[in-house]
Design a protein around this ligand. Sequence first.
Ligand code: PRP
Ligand code: URA
Length: 209
Amino acid sequence: MASVTVINHPLVQHKLTIMRDKHTSTAGFRQLLREIATLLCYEVTRDLELTTTTIETPLAEMRAPTLAGKKLVFASVLRAGNGLLEGMLDLVPAARVAHIGLYRDPKTLQAVEYYFKAPDDLDERLTIVVDPMLATANSAIAAIDRLQERGAKDIRFVCLLAAPEGIDKFHGAHPEVPIYTASVDKFLNDKGYIVPGLGDAGDRMYGTK
Ligand code: PRP
Ligand code: URA
């Protein structure tokens, strides 16, 4: 069974509260999402393997730790995933990036793909999928299905908010993928929105409603 890690760090929880507030501006929302993303990135990469390399400091030669293996891939689920992506790249600027264009059909709540572009060698890299919202989980499952079709084997999923219903469905489809989130909220309403949630993440990021 996949694990769910709730990141309770006080800075994450404080920033999330401001993001949830409907009075927070579009610019403020986007800035906070970027800031929270760096903190979530810190947690999701906590157990990355290290190796050592020889360097020279101004005073001495030393063996020093450095990340092992190939560079990470951040896979952003468009549009709202890009808000998390920016903060992740602030912390890991050398990461490779995949883009998965998906929107939720408002009637069926099924994910509809309109774009996909990813590095060729996903099978050799850790892929961290980023999307602020795990609601029905249809989008997250579709994104992970596509990445696996393209060879990804080692995948983690990072979101800001998750609904209990979405976590159950995600676990059913992808028990091998761990979830990292800042909050597990109460429930999904009849339109598939997370309650209490923060509204439509894409609209709040880009001011489209
Ligand atoms: C939002 C969000 C997720 C999806 C979550 O995207 O960013 O991708 O909904 O819902 P689900 O778990 O029920 O699939 P949306 O489809 O609104 O597209 P947008 O990011 O382009 O606004
Ligand atoms: N997508 C969002 O942006 N918000 C929700 O609450 C559910 C899906």
